[in-house]
Design a protein around this ligand. Sequence first.
Ligand SMILES: [Zn+2]
Length: 331
Amino acid sequence: MDVEDPINPLADDAALDLARLFTEAGVRGSFCVTGEKCRTLLARDRHDVLDAFRPHCLGLHTDTHSFHPTTMELLENLSFEEGCRAAFESERKGRDAFLAAFDREATFWGGAGNTWGPEISDALKRLGIPAYSYALTELPGDPMHRFNGVFAFPQHLSISENDWADDARAEARSTQVLAKLREGPAPSTLHPAHWIGIFVGHPTKLRHKEFWDGPYAHGRTPPEPEYAEPLAEEVYQRSKSNLTSFLSQLQKEAEIIGVDDALALPWSFRSPEPAELSYFEEHTSRNLRSATGWPIHHPGLSAELIIEKTMALKSTVEVAEIHDHAAPLSV
Ligand SMILES: [Zn+2]
C-alpha cells in the first residue's frame, strides 16, 4: 500500500487503521511512505501511526510524490549527470525524513503514481537503498531484474479502492487475483516471476471520495491546501472488511513476504538474451511514454530524453532468477 497523503488529517487515521489491520491479520505488508508524509506525521505528533508501521517492511515513496516537480518533471530536460545530482538532492530529503520518522533506512524506493527516471537508480545507490518497486523497466514475463545495479520489483496485480468499497466487486476481484496466483506465470513467458507484487491501494483513498492529489493535477500547485471529501463511515468499514477477507484467503494460498524478505532470497543474475533486451527497449520506452499521461504531470511533458538516458544504461540490465522450484511468493 502507498501512504502518501500529507493534506487530509483523516488519512493519518486511515493509515493507522490499515497498518493495524495487516498486523492483526498476521500479514507483514510492504508499505511505501513519502518523505512528506513522514514530516507530516512527526509535525502532527502522530507517533501512534509511525509505531503501527514498525512491524512491516517500509519503503520510501519519493520525497513529495505529486508536488511539482514530480520525478519525470524534474529529470525531463536534464543531462544524466545533472539529473543524478537533482535526483539525489530530492530523494536525500525523503531518506532523511524517513530516517527521522522510523529510525531505520528504507528497504526500497517506490515511484510515485506513474513517474520515474534512470537517475533515480544512481541516487538510490548513493543513499544505500537497494531496490525500487513499481518498476517501469520491464522484461518479458515481468521478472525481478536489476537496472544499473539496483533491484527492480514489478507490480503484477492490483485491487483498487473502488473494488474494496463494493462487496460484489471485491469478491470478484479477489477471486480473479487468487486465480492468477494459482495459474502462475503465463506459458508464453520466458521466466517465472517467483515473486508476485500485489498492490491493494492507498489508505487515504479508502477513506476519501477522491485522490488527495487531485488539486495537483496538470502541473498545478494549489495556493492553499484543498481537502478531499470523506466517504461514509460504512463504506470505509466495508472496504476494510473486504481487504481483511482477501488477506486471509491470500495467506492460505501463498507465502506473503515483504520486499526485504524477497531481497534476501537466493537470486542469481544473468545478462538478458537479445530478444529479451529488445523487449526491454520496446516495453520500457512504452511505459515511460505512457507515464507522461499520469494526470498529475504538467501538460506537454516529454519522455524522450528520459528514454534516451534509460537506454544508455541498457547494458546494465540483468535478469534475476531463482533456480529452485519453490511455490510462488507474494506480498
Ligand atoms: Zn503513490
